[in-house]
Design a protein around this ligand. Structure first.
Ligand code: G3P
Ligand code: MG
Length: 242
C-alpha cells in the first residue's frame, strides 16, 4: 500500500520552535502549514501513554526521575516548557485529527516496557483514529513493539526505525509487514536506498536541519524528512510526495 506521504514531518511536534512533544508544538506545526508531525509516546507508572522523548523528566520538564515511575497526578502538573503540560496521547491524537495532520506515533518504551507500551499505544491508536481521513503511522526502534503493533492493530501502517540500517532490514520489514523504513539521514547508504526503491518501500530520514542535506536526500530519492527547523522548511511544508 503506497500512499502519498507529506514530504516534511515536524520532529517532536513543533521542532525547535516550540517545547518538544507538546500540544503547542503540534498546533504550531499545523499553523505553519506542516501536514505531518512526529512525536514520541511512553507510559507513566499508571499506564497512561504520554508524549515525551526521554526516559527521565529532567531534560524537558521542571520535574525529575523516570517517567515510568511517575504517577499521573504528578506528571500532569509538570511544566514541559512555556507553561505547557506533558500531553496525554489522546490529546495529541485529537489535535492531529482536528488539523488533519498525519501523525507519526513513535512508540518509545522505557527499557523493559516494550510489551506494555506497544500494547497500549497500538490499541489506542486504532481506537483514536477510527474512521480518520488521515490515518496515522506507527513507528519504533523496538522490533518487539512493532511485532505487537502488527498483531494488535494490523491496519495501522508501521514504520521500522533504525539508526544504522542492518543488512537484513528488508526481511525484517516483511516479517513486520511494515510500510516504511525510517533511518538516520547520516547513515543511509546508496545500497539500502536502492533496495528500498526496488521494493517500493518509502524511506523517511531523521533529523534533517540543513537545507543542503535535505536537497541531497530528496534528490537521492528519500520520500520524507523529519526536521526540528520548521522555520527553514516552512515554504515546502505543504508539499507531498506521491
Ligand atoms: O522518529 C524519528 C526520530 O524521532 C527518531 O529519533 O530519538 O528523535 O525519537 P528520536
Ligand atoms: Mg522520535
Amino acid at each position: 500500500m503506497q500512499q502519498t506521504l507529506p514530504r516534511w514531518f515536524a520532529h517532536r511536534g513543533g521542532g525547535s520552535l516550540a517545547p518538544e512533544n507538546t500540544l503547542a508544538g503540534i498546533r504550531l506545526a499545523a499553523r505553519l502549514g506542516f501536514r505531518a508531525v512526529e512525536f514520541d509516546v511512553m507510559l507513566s507508572v499508571d499506564g497512561t501513554p504520554v508524549l515525551i522523548h526521554d526516559e527521565t523528566l529532567d531534560r524537558t520538564t521542571n520535574g525529575g526521575g523516570h517517567v515510568c515511575e511517575t504517577p499521573d497526578d504528578i506528571l500532569f502538573r509538570l511544566d514541559a516548557g512555556g507553561g505547557e503540560h506533558i500531553p496525554r496521547f489522546a490529546e495529541a491524537a485529537a489535535l492531529c485529527r482536528k488539523y488533519g495532520l498525519l501523525a507519526n506515533v513513535e512508540i518509545k518504551p522505557a527499557a523493559g516496557q516494550e510489551v506494555q507500551t506497544a500494547t497500549v499505544v497500538a490499541q489506542l491508536t486504532a481506537a483514536l483514529w477510527q474512521g480518520a481521513a488521515v490515518p496515522p503511522l506507527l513507528s519504533s526502534f523496538s522490533l518487539e513493539a512493532l511485532e505487537i503493533a502488527r498483531d494488535l492493530a494490523p491496519d495501522i501502517r508501521r514504520g521500522v526505525l533504525f539508526d544504522s540500517v542492518p543488512a537484513d532490514w528488508l526481511a525484517e520489514m516483511h516479517r513486520l509487514r511494515a510500510f516504511s523504513l525510517h533511518c538516520d539521514a547520516k547513515l543511509l547508504s546508496d545500497e539500502v536506498l536502492a533496495e528500498a526503491q526496488a521494493a517500493s518501500v518509502p524511506v523517511l530520514c531523521y533529523t534533517v536541519n540543513a537545507p543542503e542535506q535535505a536537497k541531497m536526500l530528496l534528490q537521492r530519492g528519500v520520500s520524507a524528512l523529519f526536521t526540528d527547523r520548521l522555520d527553514l522548511f516552512v515554504s515546502e511544508a505543504g508539499v507531498g510526495q506521491g
